[in-house]
Design a protein around this ligand. Structure first.
Ligand SMILES: Cc1cc2nc3c(=O)[nH]c(=O)nc-3n(C[C@H](O)[C@H](O)[C@H](O)COP(=O)(O)O)c2cc1C
Length: 441
């Protein structure tokens, strides 16, 4: 298993899953447009010649479950179960004396965010945004360390806007520091291995260390180095770290920004990060993630799928697979149904386990939950809308919801009736999985 982002990029290239772009590319829109094209063919993309910068930019390194599985040294079919298994055994990070991420150190005036090829993604975005930065901070009371993705708007020089509202843990930690009249030290880590990317996109109970989850996914302790100007530790083999502080009692306009729902989040008075130092590898690779696309949702889905999978399994239902792609509000669960009515219990368990969920479709085990045309086939041929579809009005849903679109749940039982199983048996062509057309051409 590669230990760092660049090792993983090499592996992607070896497997034919990387596009190298040598032509000059503008970081305002052109680069994002090419990411979209790479995503359409399921590949990561490395821009070697980016406007006004000598630093290459990579994106879509986990743009599919296949790529994520590759990063974790497992296969696509096993990915969810492997995640559940590994994440039940957290492994504490270890602090080492030296790390590649500190090969170059720039402090004070020498450190400006403009030296990084920060990308402007969507037409109405307020400016260039850091979107693949994992913000690390510690609770001022308990020393608990948090790590989470937080978008950051380049404002100029040493100043960046950062979106970090409670109940997200970074927001809670900052409000504790602020109530003591103190700035909060924050390190922003860019260019991460997918294990850290997954850890940073997972909501863990407060006081549980995200880097111990990264260790669990790596099956060995994550190596950390101490920052140069602040009292925090960061992954030793990352590409770039911004060291700084989120200011107390300062809010400035941030946004608009094309966010994960693909809508523009309107401008709001958000927190401000003041840069103190930048450390990086000798030839760093900058990373960017296009919000609301397959890389973003692939990252966020896995840990939330595991919540649903574990909860349904606990009830005694035989759950085969869970998918929250292509959108984190929709879930498809395949089960080996034992009782009529069971799919409704399964859907209600899923709504309880993961409150952002809005639509939940339960299908039989012969349906591929990752293939939407297969799911629609099950809904079209096996569901009985008058009794199989149910709603739960006004439960807790996605919180950023000014027009109350996300608080009602919809469940769909798209499983065949048990008493008529044979009539709903799916036809199968023997050897269709293994036969190769090339052998006949
Ligand atoms: C690419 C990406 C960008 C994200 N940007 C933000 C953000 O700007 N603000 C935010 O609150 N959450 C953002 N998130 C979600 C958090 O990282 C995620 O919810 C995390 O689990 C927070 O967990 P915590 O509350 O345990 O720290 C982003 C996630 C991803 C994958």
């Amino acid at each position: 298993m590669p230990k760092d982002l660049r090792g993983f990029i090499d592996l992607l290239e070896e497997k034919g899953l990387l596009i190298r772009v040598k032509k000059a590319v503008n970081r305002r829109f052109e680069l994002a447009a090419l990411i979209v094209k790479a995503q359409k063919i399921g590949k990561a993309i490395l821009f070697e010649n980016v406007s006004d910068s000598s630093i290459p930019v990579v994106s879509n390194v986990v743009g599919s479950r296949r790529m994520l599985a590759l990063a974790l040294d497992t296969d696509e079919e096993q990915l969810l179960e492997e995640y559940v298994k590994r994440s039940s055994n957290f492994i504490e990070a270890k602090i080492v004396d030296q790390g590649a991420v500190q090969e170059v150190v720039k402090v004070g005036e020498d450190a400006t965010a403009e030296m990084l090829p920060i990308v402007t993604h969507s037409e109405l975005d307020a400016g260039p945004y850091i979107t693949a930065g994992i913000a690390v901070a510690k609770d001022p009371e308990t020393g608990y360390r948090n790590a989470s993705f937080n978008r950051m708007q380049l404002k100029g020089g040493q100043r960046l806007g950062i979106r970090m509202m409670p109940p997200q843990h970074l927001g809670i930690i900052h409000s504790k520091a602020e109530s003591r009249g103190r700035n909060l030290e924050v390190a922003v880590v860019i260019g991460n291995h997918p294990a850290e990317m997954l850890a940073g996109s997972t909501t863990l109970p407060y006081n549980v260390d995200h880097f111990a989850l990264a260790g669990a996914l790596r099956r060995e302790p994550l190596r950390l180095v101490r920052c140069k100007t602040i009292d925090l530790e960061v992954p030793a083999d990352a590409e770039i770290v911004l060291e700084g502080e989120v200011l107390a009692n300062v809010r400035e306009e941030e946004g608009p920004y094309g966010d994960f729902m693909q809508f523009y989040v309107p401008p709001a008075r958000n927190h401000v990060f003041k840069l103190k130092a930048i450390t990086h590898r000798r030839n760093p690779i900058y990373q960017t993630i296009l919000a609301g696309t397959v890389e973003d949702t692939t990252l966020l889905a896995l840990s939330r799928e595991s919540l649903v999978y574990k909860a349904v399994k606990e009830t005694g239902s035989e759950v085969k697979a869970v998918s929250l792609t292509t959108n984190l509000f929709n879930c498809v669960i395949s089960i080996k149904k034992k009782f009529e009515g069971e799919p409704k219990n399964v859907a209600m368990t899923a709504f309880g386990a993961y409150y952002w969920l809005k639509y939940c479709v339960v299908v039989d085990e012969d349906v591929d939950v990752y293939n939407l045309s297969d799911v629609w086939w099950a809904i079209a041929t096996r569901s009985k809308p008058d009794t199989g579809l149910f709603t739960i009005p006004q439960a807790r849903g996605f919180p950023r919801d000014p027009h109350n679109l996300h608080q009602t749940k919809v469940g769909i039982d798209a499983t065949a009736p048990l008493y008529a199983k044979e009539e709903y048996r799916r036809r199968r062509i023997p050897n269709v999985e293994s036969i190769k057309l090339e052998d006949y051409m």
